[in-house]
Design a protein around this ligand. Structure first.
Ligand SMILES: [Zn+2]
Length: 247
């Protein structure tokens, strides 16, 4: 049974430590810096055995180098698509590949859009999703197309509602106004807003995201009506553009 620790780093990022409590080993997910991560590892008396990177952005990988200095030549596991962009990578993963830790197996999802090489690590009950989604939102579409990002985000829909989603940023409360603007009388949003009043809001609960994150609701008639579109990938694109411009 793995256990996950959220480590707040930088301005509003999270790095995660996946611990195997049997032998106190851990995997470091998306170390955007090293000092805070090393002290979190020391505090818990853990022994790192690998680094996972979801994508090449600096706020997810800048700690790699110093962590390798501190802990020796750990495997650094990331996307085959990031081979040129994350110099420390030692393993290059594709859709459907598997990685093992703590007696559990994570399946790799390719989720292009925010970046082209973005991947997610899907352990049973725990998804490490980087900047794929945020609370009420999704990552900005920097490198891929809206269509790609729509398909990437939609890959989350098949997992059970009680899945926890570990994401790169504590942005949830910033996105409330937009979520309410798009679907003002959504009872699930009203209830969520009343309960979720301060950070940390991560990990996200996938079931709640499915009901309150409009980017996961592109086939919902209410969301479609807001955008004036019916084809789900177009609904997604219209929502993303609207949110980019929302003040
Ligand atoms: Zn990013």
């Amino acid at each position: 049974m793995i256990q996950v620790h959220s480590i707040p780093i930088l301005q509003d990022n999270y790095c995660f430590l996946i611990e195997d409590p049997k032998d106190r080993t851990c995997v470091i997910v998306d170390p955007g810096e090293s000092a805070g991560v090393i002290s979190a590892i020391k505090e818990r008396n853990l022994k790192p055995v690998a680094i996972y990177n979801t994508h090449h952005h600096a706020d997810h990988i800048d700690g790699n180098e110093a962590l390798l200095k501190e802990y020796g030549a750990l495997p650094v596991i990331g996307s085959a698509g990031d081979r040129e962009r994350i110099p420390q990578l030692t393993q290059y993963l594709r859709e459907g590949d598997k990685v093992e830790f703590g007696g559990e197996t994570a399946e790799i999802l390719e989720v292009p859009g925010h970046t082209l090489g973005h991947i997610a690590f899907v352990f049973p009950g725990h998804i490490f999703a980087g900047d794929l989604i945020f609370g009420y939102s999704c990552g900005a579409v920097f490198e891929g197309t809206m269509e790609q990002m729509y398909h990437s985000v939609s890959k989350l829909l098949k997992y059970p509602d009680d899945t926890l989603v570990y994401i790169g940023h504590e942005y949830t409360l910033n996105n409330v106004k937009w979520a309410q603007h798009v679907d003002p009388d959504n009872p699930d949003i009203q209830q969520r807003v009343a309960l979720e009043t301060a950070p940390p809001t991560v990990p996200l609960q996938l079931g709640l995201e499915k009901r309150t994150n409009h980017f996961l609701r592109c086939d919902d008639p209410k969301v479609q009506a807001f955008t004036g579109k019916t084809e789900p990938a177009e609904v997604f694109g219209a929502l993303r553009t609207h949110k980019n411009n929302f003040k």
